[in-house]
Design a protein around this ligand. Structure first.
Ligand code: MF3
Ligand code: CO
Ligand code: CO
Length: 269
């Protein structure tokens, strides 16, 4: 897609203007608000398609459009990934049961800006081992975000995430990554959640991208099911993911997808 805004770095990464961040903030807040609002519906007995129906309606009511409906033939307003599903779970008649953990990933387009965020939920009671997985995955995202400032590299972000996750004896998924975002859904660079310090492109003020680590309790390998979308852990171990859209500022970053209600994590009330 043609996008005349800003300029491209030698690595093909778009540098947006500071004035552009307001558009991302509005889109990000819209997506985060919908993720707040769906929380009370995540209950044992609910189907994932009922959650998706709610999300689809709220996107429209808030004056946005869904970035996922029609994307490469995808037909839903969210991806809902339950238990050992790593990402890209397709909403359907599946009924949630007590103790299921799930990621809901929503991307909206508001005024031409793409707001992309996901977080974890629990149906009913959160088990101790699932709670640890959610805590580590959330903290891994925030540890990655702490590295977002001009002069650091994308390898610094990936290394911080990988080192932390592996110190907790969990594993980082290699097969999916974060991405540039902004006026388009998926743009350079690939934001890896593993890597070596000092490698990869250097961050500059004006870059906008997602960080969205997927963490497994078991091994990192994934496979895609016959539906050509759903990614699962090969060893069937539980998997979790958290995602924010961020923009690089002069001295750090702005998180566009903060939860308006302070509900980014299920144990936060
Ligand atoms: N929102 C996902 C991401 O974080 C992409 C979902 S694409 C879909 O990049 F088509 F599967 F919805
Ligand atoms: Co994303
Ligand atoms: Co997403």
């Amino acid at each position: 897609m043609d996008d005349p805004r800003g300029r491209l770095t030698k690595d093909g990464i778009r540098i947006y203007e500071r004035g552009d961040f307001a558009g991302m903030q509005a889109a990000g807040e819209c997506a985060a608000r919908i993720l707040d609002e769906v929380a009370p519906l995540v209950q044992p007995g609910a189907t994932t398609e009922a959650l998706d129906d709610f999300i689809r309606n709220r996107v429209t009511e808030l004056g946005a459009t869904s970035a996922t409906i029609g994307y490469r033939g995808y037909r839903h307003a969210s991806c809902i990934s339950v238990n050992h599903v790593v990402c890209h779970g397709i909403p359907g008649p599946k009924v949630l049961k007590d103790g299921d953990i799930l990621n809901i990933d929503v991307t909206v387009i508001l005024d031409g800006w793409f707001g992309d965020t996901s977080r974890m939920y629990v149906a009913g009671t959160l088990s101790r081992k699932a709670e640890r997985l959610l805590d580590v995955t959330h903290d891994a995202l925030m540890i990655g975000i702490e590295k977002v400032k001009p002069g650091n590299t994308f390898g610094d972000i990936g290394h911080a995430i990988q080192t932390y996750v592996e110190s907790q004896r969990m594993s980082v998924v290699r097969d999916f990554c974060g991405h540039g975002v902004g006026r388009v859904f998926h743009a350079p660079p690939n934001v890896l959640h593993y890597g070596r310090p000092g490698t990869g492109a250097t961050l500059e003020e004006g870059m906008i991208f997602t960080i969205e680590p997927m963490v497994n309790l078991g091994r990192p390998e994934t496979k895609v099911l016959a539906d050509d979308w759903t990614a699962v852990t090969r060893d069937k171990s539980l998997s979790a993911q958290y995602e924010h859209s961020v923009g690089v500022t002069a001295d750090g970053c702005e998180i566009f997808t903060l939860s308006p209600g302070g509900r980014f994590h299920p144990t936060w009330g």
